[in-house]
Design a protein around this ligand. Sequence first.
Ligand code: SF4
Length: 297
Amino acid sequence: MPHDPTPGDNRVALRADCAACAGLCCVAPAFARSSDFPVDKPAGTACHNLLDDFRCGIHDRLRGKGYAGCTVFDCFGAGQQVVQVTFGGRDWRTDPEIATSMFAAFEVLRPVHELRWYLAESLATPAAAPLHHDARALLAETERIAALAPGALAAVDVAAHRATVNEVLLGVGERVRAASPGPRPNRRGADLVGARLGGADLRGANLRGALLIGADLRGADLRSAELIGADLRGADLSGADLSTSLFLTNFQVHGARGDAATRLPSVLDRPAHWPVTSTPRPASPDRRRRRPTGPSL
Ligand code: SF4
């Protein structure tokens, strides 16, 4: 899909560039046999589907082969950072002696790059302008960390840096939600598994860390809703408007369901497994009441 990001939105540079990586997400992490992966794979061991040129041998059949987890993963550009910057273009196959430290660097930089993503989004959000000075300083510090040598990376306290960044992100969320004309419900961390939220007006909602697994969000209005850490696995976003949702990632979107009518922020990818057609909207409220299947707001 074409991308038309907000001018100055530096999240574009944090999109995964697999051609500049060395298959790190297919080697460094461990996989546990589950609905996301059909096999167990130890950390630091190459997936048996990884080709010699670091492409995936089943890229166009991942879901059919049981590798749905691979279609969801997003490194936020950490892969190309490790290979091209941290290790200057070397790779673990050509230089096996760097494999261990390369995989360790990837595990550190992936969450660091996620923070870069949120800070870049904050800086591209006009409602957060009073916090742009702080966000800019934290982004500079995060970029400094991302440029460290392998040995220094190993000593980074990612949790502490995340806590510092989170203070600013909380403020950004408050400002964005306060500027929303919507009802702004506060469901931070709420258990909304299987919730019936079809057609709901969730503009400006605080859904930080909310469990929305399998929720019916068809046709819901999630503009200016804060979604950092929200679990959207299996949620139905068909026809939903997330065009200005805050802190939404490819990782979340690709784990959800949607259709051609789902509106996403322009910087995100539209999942290839979503249908290219629109699906019917939720039933009327009366009919929904006769089919209780989960909590509502
Ligand atoms: S199945 Fe493909 S994308 Fe998934 S880990 Fe293996 S090589 Fe990588």
